[in-house]
Design a protein around this ligand. Structure first.
Ligand code: TRP
Length: 444
């Protein structure tokens, strides 16, 4: 059926919930607070906000325009505009595959934590519990399978009846839960130190490491660089205002990331834990905080429901990128694409999961399998974004993009001048500089 007529979002609000759902995820709730904790608190937040405004918005709009204009998912969208550049789309599909393979491993951890809280709680030695859980050869793989199955089910239900419907329910619910938990955290006695750490940018703590981390995080958190927003944009009707949408979606995503910091860091300070705990912040430190809090188990359940919703609305967008490619390019039916791809990604997730335990000695360039997948995406996302900027600025042409954004002059485009300069010069140069710096070629 979908071969005859392309599916569309039921409304622009539905699109916003889906796109914001894609953006808001483990990146916001798990990574953002620990990156902020590790990279000096306020400075990181400050640099992050700057990059969202300059580069996040620019690339978000760029992807939306390509998708809406061609009404095709990533690979076919690039191909339709210029055959020689379809490789950017192909790279995106592969990146989407890689990201979901490790993302759903962590999604499985979240499911397990939710289950444990409902069943009575996490043992009070949360660190030992976390390590023994993720290194177990069976249980995390089981939960990964459940998470992937849930993702596959929603995507199988299609754009309007699956993705849009799920996001229209989960996103508002997530927001309410997050507000409740943040209020609880900032009213804990002793939370003030955490709030100060989080909000005061001490620019003397600014390092190039902070900038590299913040740039990577902006791409990951806003779902940019692999054609996710191209794919979602391809289901948008011609009347919608892309400029507005590409302000609203990063706004929601950033708001949630900031709130996640408020939900987590003040509590960590209030109970005297280390904010720089790294990836364990959500799975080790936070359960200790819940343990010490009145009615902590209730907040534990609420918190992990929140994280689960966020993770699912993101994982479905990643699966959709690869499913839409199979539909558009190889004319597969949705059902077949969903079953085959989700199974393959689950299978790749198995060694990733085992690399936390029995396969921890299997390494690629010194990194275990899980970290190697994360590392590949850390490079591929900014690279995809960089190529997209070059593509729009110099191959497709700003004029054609502007014509699509304004629907041939019918809609206003207030930030046209800003966007043009950003996409042609500032964003690509910034990404290149950060790359060269990370590779050690350019010392800042
Ligand atoms: N943005 C999501 C998060 O913050 C993850 C994600 C979904 C993603 N789709 C993506 C990351 C596309 C990069 C590209 O958790």
């Amino acid at each position: 059926m979908e071969n005859k007529k392309r599916a569309q979002w039921g409304s622009n609000f539905g699109f916003i919930m889906a796109a914001a759902g894609s953006a808001v995820g483990l990146g916001n709730l798990w990574k953002f607070p620990y990156l902020a904790g590790k990279n000096g608190g306020g400075v990181f937040v400050f640099v992050y906000l700057l990059i969202v405004l300059l580069i996040g918005f620019t690339i978000m709009l760029g992807e939306m325009v390509i998708g809406r204009s061609t009404q095709l998912s990533s690979y076919n969208a690039y191909q339709k505009i210029s055959k020689n550049w379809s490789f950017i789309g192909a790279m995106g599909v592969i990146t989407g595959f890689i990201v979901l393979s490790f993302y759903s491993v962590v999604g499985g951890w979240v499911l397990n934590y939710l289950y444990q809280y409902i069943a009575g709680g996490i043992p009070s030695d949360t660190s030992a519990y976390f390590v023994s859980f993720i290194s177990n050869p069976i249980s995390p793989i089981f939960w990964n399978m459940v998470f992937m199955a849930a993702t596959a089910y929603i995507v199988f239900k299609g754009i309007g009846g699956g993705i849009e419907k799920a996001c229209k329910f989960m996103m508002p619910a997530l927001f309410v839960l997050l507000i409740v938990i943040s209020i609880r955290a900032i009213t804990l006695p002793g939370a003030g130190a955490g709030i100060a750490f989080y909000l005061t940018p001490d620019l003397s703590k600014l390092t190039t490491g902070t900038i590299v981390a913040a740039l990577g995080q902006v791409f990951f958190s806003l779902s940019l660089g692999l054609g996710c927003i191209i794919t979602y944009g391809s289901y948008l009707g011609k009347g919608e205002n892309l400029e507005k949408n590409s302000i609203i979606v990063p706004f929601i995503d950033t708001l949630v990331a900031l709130l996640a910091g408020f939900a987590i860091l003040p509590a960590v300070f209030a109970f005297g834990f280390e904010p720089g705990a790294g990836p364990g912040l959500m799975f080790i430190t936070l359960p200790q905080v819940f343990d010490k809090m009145p009615l902590g188990w209730v907040f534990g359940i609420l918190f992990f429901i929140l994280v689960l919703f966020a993770a699912l609305t993101s994982s479905i967008s990643l699966l959709e990128v690869t499913v839409a490619y199979m539909q558009d390019q190889h004319k597969w039916r949705r059902t077949k694409a969903v079953i085959v791809l989700s199974t393959l990604m689950f299978l790749v997730g198995i060694p990733a999961s085992l690399s936390m335990g029995i396969w921890s000695n299997v390494t690629i360039f010194g990194k275990n399998i899980f970290d190697s997948l994360v590392f590949a995406s850390d490079i591929l996302l900014p690279l995809g974004g960089l190529l997209m900027c070059i593509f729009i600025g110099y191959v497709w042409g700003i004029d054609k993009a502007v014509a699509e954004i304004t629907i041939g002059g019918k809609l206003p485009f207030r930030l046209k001048g800003f966007w043009t300069v950003m996409i042609k010069y500032v964003a690509p140069i910034a990404v290149i500089v950060v790359f060269l710096n990370a590779l050690g070629i350019l010392k800042l």
